[in-house]
Design a protein around this ligand. Structure first.
Ligand code: CA
Ligand code: CA
Ligand code: CA
Length: 420
């Protein structure tokens, strides 16, 4: 395991999502939903000439099967793995009108890469990154935040979540339509995300669900306020971050996500306290130091500090921890989400793919907690930032509770009072 952490001066705001597990030489073909979605061991065949059917099937060692309703086609049993080969062979026979795979019928609208989102629903699946050169080993079933069960109660009802980060790409159709406001608090020329970090974070929170493409956010009904506080190389300043917090709080954000860290400053703490007093829940990364060093703004009292777990509900080795100030955790290892479709810096640094890919870090666990807080804001537990925060923390599953962090790994379903 090799990891890369973005370095930065102590007084500079750093993005915290640049940890990546590189496992070269362990390639596996990514499962393509389009090519893997037929029923194994059977095909559908219609004969032009039913009298010739017997002989044609015999030649391939097959037996005739039952008619499929009044379609004229028959369901033919074939050896598993030979489906496409036999379809090809039969299609060339003049007695065959057509032969085709028996496609799997799925509920409409599910997201193409949902089965890679173990953080939302962990069935013990293994999956690969987009390039197919990193395989994430099987995890433990239900080491997840029970997002699917939470959605039976609420999907977020237009709750505004401010993502104070490197911006959100305007060209990823799974997340850009969710952005309702943009602002730039950096020296970057535009508020476009040319770094990649903010787009990944925003997708974890609010990517469109059931639109067939990409991924689903933990709070798919949420909208995103994209406040750019990190430049196109992933750096920012305490003043820019404080400006971003102020902008979010005065423009209706119910949750502020900060997947970043910086040294303490009175100005930053004041901005945090002002937002909290306006009724905003603030969430920030604990850090990727693998130690207990306090990082800000997470270590401020009025910010939920978030550590990271993996798909076995184990603390990530690089996650900052400590039950005195790290409040909760969420999955942060190999989290699948959106990236820009244009060139971006993290792709060059970390060999990532455009569009969608995995990312690891407390930068990735933090937005899961922010999304859970947003889901709670859309329930009857929405009376104050205090009540929302208390609900998120008190309903966490007791993973690492009291040892790695104060409460545990968050559970979206329990936080919204669902049937989990
Ligand atoms: Ca589950
Ligand atoms: Ca989607
Ligand atoms: Ca705190």
């Amino acid at each position: 395991m090799k990891r890369t952490v973005l370095a930065g001066l102590a007084a500079v705001v750093m993005a915290l999502g640049a940890v990546t597990a590189a496992v070269p030489g362990n390639a596996a073909a990514p499962s393509s939903p389009a090519s893997s979605s037929f029923v194994s061991g059977q095909i559908m065949v219609k004969f032009r000439d039913n009298a010739a059917a017997r002989g044609v099937l015999d030649r391939h060692g097959l037996n005739d099967g039952p008619a499929i309703g009044s379609t004229g086609a028959h369901l033919i049993t074939v050896p598993a793995g030979k489906e496409l080969h036999l379809i090809e062979a039969l299609s060339h026979n003049p007695a065959v009108e057509y032969a085709e795979p028996d496609l799997v019928v799925a509920p409409t609208g599910t997201d193409a890469f949902f089965d890679r989102q173990y953080a939302l629903q962990n069935d013990g699946q293994s999956f690969t990154n987009t390039k197919g050169d990193i395989t994430v080993p099987k995890g433990t079933p239900d080491a997840d935040v029970d997002a699917v069960e939470a959605w039976s109660v609420t999907t977020g009802a237009n709750i505004k979540v401010a993502v104070l980060d490197s911006g959100v790409a305007t060209d990823n159709p799974d997340i850009s339509p969710k952005v309702t406001a943009r602002a730039n608090f950096t020296t970057a020329r535009t508020n476009e995300d040319n770094y990649g970090h903010g787009t990944h974070v925003a997708g974890i929170i609010a990517a469109s669900r059931d639109n067939t493409i990409g991924v689903a956010g933990v709070c798919p009904g949420c909208t995103i306020m994209a406040g750019k506080v990190l430049t196109d190389t992933g750096m920012g300043s305490s003043s820019g971050l404080a400006n971003g917090i102020n902008w979010a709080a005065t423009n209706g954000a119910k949750v502020i996500n900060m997947s970043l860290a910086v040294g303490a400053s009175t100005t930053l703490e004041t901005a945090v306290n002002n937002a909290w007093n306006k009724g905003v829940v603030l969430v920030a990364s604990a850090g990727n130091g693998g130690n207990t060093s306090m990082m800000y703004p997470g270590a401020y009292q009025n910010v939920i500090a978030v550590g990271a777990t993996d798909n076995n509900d184990k603390k990530a080795s690089w996650s900052t921890y400590g039950p005195t100030w790290v409040d909760v955790a969420a999955p942060g290892v190999s989290v699948y989400s959106t990236f820009p479709n244009h060139r971006f810096v993290l792709a060059r640094e970390n060999n990532r793919s455009q569009g969608y890919d995995i990312g690891s870090g407390t930068s990735m666990s933090t937005p899961i907690v922010a999304a859970v807080a947003a889901l709670v804001w859309s329930t009857s537990a929405n009376t104050s930032s205090d009540s929302v925060r208390a609900k998120v923390e008190s309903t966490a599953d007791p993973v690492g509770k009291g040892t790695d962090w104060k409460y545990g790994r968050v559970n979206a379903c329990k936080a919204v009072g669902g049937t989990c």
